[in-house]
Design a protein around this ligand. Sequence first.
Ligand code: GAL
Length: 938
Amino acid sequence: MRRLFPVLLALLLTCVAVPGQARAAGEVTYDEHSLMVDGRRIVLQSAEFHYFRLPSQELWEDVLEKFKAAGFNAVSLYFSWAYHSPRPGVYDFTGVRDVDRLLRTAERAGLYVIARPGPYINAESTGGGFPAWLKTVPGRARSFEAGYREAYREWLHRINPIIARHQVTEGGPVILYNAENEYQVNTDAAYMQDIQDQARADGIEVPITTNDCCDAGSWSSTWATGPGAVQIPGVDDYPQSFECANPELWGPWGEGLTEKLRDDIPVFAAEYQAGAIDLGNAGYERCRELTGPAFMKFFYKNNLMRTGATMFSYYMGYGGTNWGWLAQPNDVYTSYDYGAAITEARQLTPKYDEFKRQGLFLQAVTPLAKTGAVPSPATSGNAALTTVARANPDTGTQFVLVRHEDRAATSTDETILDWAAPDGRHQVPVQVKGRDAHVLVAGYDLGGQRLAVSSSEIMTHAAIGGRDVAVLYGTAGSPGATVLRYASRPTVKVLEGRVRVTYDEGDLRLDYAHEGLARVLVTGGGRRPLLLLIGTDETAAEFWRAETAAGPVLVRGTELVRSATSYGDTVRLAADTKAGPVEVFTPADRLRIGQDEIRVTRTPSGSLLGATRAPGQAHLPALTGWRAHAESPEAAPGFDDSRWTAADHTTTVSPHKPKTLPVLYADDYGFHYGNVWYRGHFTATGSETRVDLNAITGLRGNYLVWLNGRYLGSAAGGVQADSGDQATPPNPDPGPGRFDIPDGLLKAGAGNVLSVLVATTGHNDDWIADDLRFKQPRGLVAASVGDTPITWRIQGTAGTDRLRGPLSTGGLYGERTGWHLPTYPDKSWNSATGTLPPGVTWQRTSFRLDLPKGQDVPVGLRFGGDPSPAYRVLIFLNGWNIGQYGADIGPQREFSLPAGLLNEHGTNTLALAITAEQPTTGPGPLGLFAYGNVRSGR
Ligand code: GAL
């Protein structure tokens, strides 16, 4: 295409980039200020998204369009090796793993992509993205050692070609390629270099980057220079920590100023905190508070202005779900909501509003892409406040940050800024609330206008119908002043609000307080007309901006605007709506939202005003008719395990040496995720008194033990900390369980059977590039009944579910037999009653849905009552393991049922696999609920 139609593409290049429109092939370069596409500077405003945490291709589009609407122009994507590869040499990129479709979706949404295929990704994902089979491969992971080397090259040669064909240089969205992840400890430069060499050999042409951990200055390898160096190293910053239980914290991990790692590259905030993992089980709403709008205003703006960074990627924009066995169990439970701007159920939060205010500003005010530090204006009369200034050397445009001197201050302070701006000296009032900050602009060609100075912030501006429309904003109640330059006195009409207007020698000065939404129309004065909309944080956040082939439109009052198109005298919005007024700034005369024609009138502001309809009620049925069936037949002595795998290895690749033989590590026998059964057969002498076991499950895991069919009890499995590290040897007794043998249970001189069900919960990460940690086994690590020899068989997941991938299904009897699947015939099961015996019991029900068409109603499953530590529950929706519930699992009571897995217009099956450690009543009552309800006009 590129070669065949150069003229057409040259034409395309001159067009405004409109979502959905094919981009022309471009060249990606950079200098010390910014990235450039075909020589055009861009401020990269990106947020992280994990497709593997949203197993629904149709919803990827929704989330990525929401990114775009918040002013992001890029998305950062980790690619999880574990998600695609059940075993060596086997890779699957179909269905929910179709990353080709993902990259096309990003392109359609109008986003650039930072592609991050690892091989190591961390991300609180199982094994840090490494498939568990890698634990059985010799050679230290994250090094150049043979074994690991062949394995990671295999992954790269599968994923790189997919990424390569979507690069900007091929007309696609991929603008950067990220090698490895926070690779700062136990490093191997040959490995770091080889990842890049493999990428280049696979056709990667865009700049290669990496994300250095946290505080680059404190690490020796930053990959900025020397062997293994990348083109544009970036730095990760998490200044708010992960203490969600204490959301009042303020930068316990520092100021969050992204370091410049080399003189010839832009400052790149490769991962900047935009949420948190919930280490202390406080719940993600607290994480959202910890990293809420105040944090975003202060830390993001402070970083922008003090470092001059022009490349940002916020972690996470949307977190998603650790469905199946995706979680790295030591740090996260099922939800990976992350307290992000967009919730797990795709709802927009006040954090989203703040991203939108900042993101639209970064996209609209282009001189920001190239700035240097300059002297800053004084804050006369108030020492509590301070300023930092930058200017674009080509345009002279100045940017001034106003914040508290003491970043932790909570007082509201005011000052008159004495600003020697490019167009003259001005005194403008500024008010700063505690833990807030403002970036003010002076000397700026705002469309056809000349902004001399303003103490309001700019959200966006657009040329619409032969005039400029600008949205400015400030804290509700604070004073503001805006000065514009004119050749002669213009005509000023205050259409709404209280604004004092003065004119003096070319300076039109507007003074006001930020209240509601003031509207000022300026005509004449030698410039095209200007409509100034001056709002508060809140009223500014009501605006959306979308580009059409006929120019931009601004929209106010909808829940979201995904895109807009114009044809003839009509503008058509793809927008989410509830009942209420909608206002559109457009030269068009007619308005459509989705398929609806909206009756509109023309306002004095020149905009179209109409109203949208309320979404229809969504009916969610009660969950009734539960049927139950006990399983765990493996506990019975007569169970036929002859087709199970013999567990008879005497050696292992794991650096953790077995305490008893044979080796019982589940991964060594090809069983990597979820529950694993063991059956040990022994001929008793009669003198045995105790069963001694030891298991490593990962945090939140446990194991249950039966002897000759009699339940002996349960124990907790060992955790990551038991792995030790270079300084500390591994814990010799990580997950002990000692079970006395009841009198009369043993059959002396005859066959006895020990049955053990181990609930493994996922694999350690490899943050420190240390095999002791990563290759910590899962399953039994020691087993003895006195000195009596035992022969073992093991059984886990029965093959990979082709539809749901390698991480959905574990090795429970019910999973091996399809009890979780919607097609399973459960008619013969009994009605569920209250009490559950130790072991596994399944409960199933089905329900019909018919959600209103053309609406987005995300549905959740809520567990009522209090969970008991006596059980843990695996939840399957239509066969997909969508999470785990229980008092020992995490604070989560609500589970997202994403459309795509959920049949919104038909029958759905819920199956619960409940593992009880002691007799207990089951969980519940369970119910469905809606997280939201909007009309989704596409
Ligand atoms: C970073 C890491 C990410 C993620 C994040 C915390 O250090 O690169 O993958 O783990 O921390 O959520």
